[in-house]
Design a binder for this molecule. Structure first.
Ligand SMILES: Nc1ncnc2c1ncn2[C@@H]1O[C@H](COP(=O)(O)OP(=O)(O)OP(=O)(O)O)[C@@H](O)[C@H]1O
Length: 260
């Protein structure tokens, strides 16, 4: 379903975001993507949805070689994808119903199916009572769930979610991943970027760890993967950077101020 063959990505300003990544994700898999801030996780997702194109290597999605796909063909690729963007990308002039309906209208769904399906999906994400609100009238977590509803509404073959639980409490985070897991059970491929180790532990899924632009670990054992997620490995450097002395540093680490 998704193949990366020796993919590297360097942004125009010279930042190397990914190096020589080769990975295969089967149809119907669920994978968490973890790694420190700036590791290259969003870049990995952006390459799959062709928001960015690779500097070298080859990318195949849904049997399409998208390595050099032209912009005008991207909507065709995205027809099969539900995307939850890190920054939500909701349309502020439209209410919640229309933000979700918009995705159905874009693929030519009938007015009657929109009228049935949108409230159903909004109920799934717990937002049926906010259908008439504008995104600006919602909390960050609610906006995130509208973005999730929009990603789910067309029953996509692949769901790509960049931090879909970044703005909600732990219970809601669990419910969101549970919902994605149930959708995955019905055959949809799901990729989720997350910083939340607890979620990765709760759901026994494939975990791909990206570190400084490389795949550092790729395993179905969450604990083994999390041991590789060097999210806070650089704490020494950070502490040196803010010039704390050794004793303060020991307290800082001992007192578990550092999140796991
Ligand atoms: N459009 C861009 N132009 C230049 N550099 C970029 C661009 N987007 C990302 N980068 C850089 O590429 C590297 C990887 O970024 P990316 O957004 O993929 O990381 P990430 O793992 O998703 O981080 P986070 O967890 O903070 O969202 C970082 O060094 C980042 O600064």
């Amino acid at each position: 379903m998704i193949d990366f063959n020796n993919v590297s990505k360097t942004y125009p300003n010279g930042t190397h975001a990914l190096y020589d990544v080769s990975i295969h994700i089967d149809k119907g898999e669920f994978a968490f993507i973890v790694g420190a801030s700036g590791a290259g996780k969003s870049t990995f997702l952006k390459l799959i949805m062709h928001e960015e194109s690779p500097s070298s290597g080859e990318i195949i999605v849904n049997n399409l070689n998208i390595t050099k796909m032209r912009r005008r063909k991207v909507p065709y690729l995205r027809r099969h994808m539900g995307i939850v963007f890190q920054d939500f990308r909701l349309i502020d002039k439209m209410n919640v119903f229309d933000n979700v309906a918009f995705a159905m209208r874009a693929i030519g769904a009938s007015a009657s199916s929109i009228k049935k399906r949108v409230p159903y999906i909004l109920e799934l994400v717990g937002l049926k009572n906010k259908m008439k609100n504008k995104p600006s009238e919602l909390s960050g977590g609610e906006q995130q769930r509208v973005s999730l509803a929009r990603a789910l509404v067309n029953n996509p073959e692949i769901i790509i979610a960049d931090e879909p639980t970044g703005n909600v409490d732990p219970e809601m985070s669990h419910d969101i991943i549970q919902l994605l897991s149930e959708i995955n059970d019905m055959g949809t491929t799901v990729l989720v970027v997350t910083h939340e180790h607890e979620l990765v532990r709760q759901f026994n899924k494939r975990v791909i760890v990206i570190d400084h632009g490389r795949v550092k670990s790729d395993t179905k054992n969450p604990e083994a993967a999390l041991a590789y997620d060097a999210q806070y490995e650089d704490i020494d450097e950070i502490i040196e950077g803010i010039a704390l002395n050794k004793e303060t540093k020991e307290n800082f680490v001992d007192n578990d101020v550092v999140p796991d």
